[in-house]
Design a protein around this ligand. Structure first.
Ligand code: ADP
Length: 381
């Protein structure tokens, strides 16, 4: 019997949410998880250290293609496997740009894509100069290893980042930091798209993302009030990034919208992304199904919407004991149109532990319904 086998490295919620479409399509999905009892435990077939080439090689033997739930697998490991003939999607040459923000900025610059002014910082002097040239403030980022706002700091002088600029601090992040102008944006947007191995491309509608303490809390699809020109520009940017960086699978391009209507690229993610969870109910093809299709080089599905509006509200952990399941009864009774997703993760304040999506004809009504369902589940009124 013919088999389609996908191996996902990382056992988080993204791997977990790839499982239902894999089942529907009869795709044999396997997960290499960091530890037993991961979010993707239902599909976990191996537990091991993804930084060890022997571990990943062993895992790769059981699948046709390797893909990811996160971007942290060392490039050396992936290059080695690629040299041995393993299909890695997205390939290491693309992932290099997702793993290192300085390399990403350099490549986007070569492609002429819009982004904040930036500079490579290697000492206090170069940071002071950048701050002085950009109105007395800068956003300083560690080029590797940051997520959910960790590794991002607003700085007004080099002393605000003395720890990062120390010899030890710099050594941890590869010797350099990334400074960016502090963009005075009106809102944050994300353009989700997918590209299969043969190069076919599909984009979902542009969405607005709302952050709370550096963590995404809500997503509105489509982005309210976005002009036709903005929609076209966002899709153009996504396509150029996807093709220019050689991305396969789902790509999320996080952007800032400025008061004068410009879009500036902030971040890239080369995998299904929080900004695309709405697509499970809100699109003909969800980001998780599309990712599987893309990495297996199957034709892509339609990314059209199933309703005029989709709203997603993250279930962020309230505290260590926070558990949503005891409140299903109440939430489901009061909010029957809310689609509840929980990730089976241990509770921690601010942690992404699940989400709620509501689709409908009225954006305001959908947002209210999703927020209220989330409040009941989190018991945070
Ligand atoms: P992470 O990799 O941790 O998600 P990001 O680069 O996305 O980090 O930054 C986190 C948040 O910090 C962004 O969502 C945005 O609100 C803010 N931010 C990042 N870069 C800039 C910038 N150049 N100007 C203004 N705000 C920024």
């Amino acid at each position: 019997m013919t088999e389609l086998r996908v191996g996902v490295i990382g056992g988080g919620q993204l791997a977990r949410m790839m499982t239902p479409p894999a089942i529907n399509l009869g795709i044999n999905i396997k997960v290499l998880a960091e530890a037993p009892g991961s979010s993707a435990a239902l599909a976990t077939t191996m537990v091991g250290d993804y930084t060890q080439v022997e571990v990943v090689r062993e895992f790769a033997k059981s699948v046709d293609v390797i893909t990811f739930d996160h971007e942290h697998v060392p490039l050396t490991v992936l290059r080695q496997l690629e040299a041995e003939g393993v299909s890695v999607q997205p390939p290491s040459k693309a992932l290099a740009f997702a793993q290192n923000k300085l390399e990403m900025r350099t490549r986007l610059g070569e492609l002429g894509l819009p982004m904040p002014h930036w500079a490579e910082i290697h000492d206090a002097g170069s940071l002071e100069l950048f701050i002085a040239e950009h109105g007395g403030v800068a956003i300083l980022k560690t080029p590797i290893g940051g997520y959910d706002g960790k590794g991002v700091r607003v700085v007004r002088s080099a002393s605000d980042a003395a720890d990062w600029l120390s010899e030890e601090g710099l050594a941890k992040v590869g010797g350099h930091l990334l400074a960016e102008e502090k963009v005075d944006f009106v809102r944050e947007l994300a353009q989700l798209s997918a590209r299969n191995v043969s190069g076919d491309f599909q984009a979902w509608p542009l969405v607005q993302t709302v952050q709370d303490n550096g963590v995404c809390s809500e997503v509105l699809a489509p982005a309210p009030g976005a002009s036709q020109a903005t929609l076209v520009e966002a899709a153009r940017i996504a396509r150029l990034v996807s093709e220019g960086l050689g991305v396969t699978g789902v790509l999320a391009v996080e952007m800032f919208e400025t008061a004068d209507g410009r879009l500036l690229i902030n971040e890239l993610a080369m995998r299904p992304h929080n900004s695309g969870h709405f697509s499970i109910e809100g699109s003909v093809t969800s980001q998780f199904e599309q990712h599987l299709r893309a990495v297996l080089d199957l034709p892509l599905g339609s990314a059209e919407s199933t309703a005029p509006h989709a709203v997603m509200v993250n279930l962020l952990g309230v505290d260590q004991t926070n558990d949503f399941l005891p409140h299903y009864q109440e939430a489901m009774l009061a909010h029957p149109t809310a689609k509840i997703h929980t990730y089976g993760k241990g509770a921690r304040q601010g942690r992404k532990m699940g989400h709620v999506t509501v689709i409908g004809n009225d954006a305001e009504a959908a947002l209210t319904e999703a927020r209220q369902a989330a409040m009941v589940l989190r018991q945070d009124f």
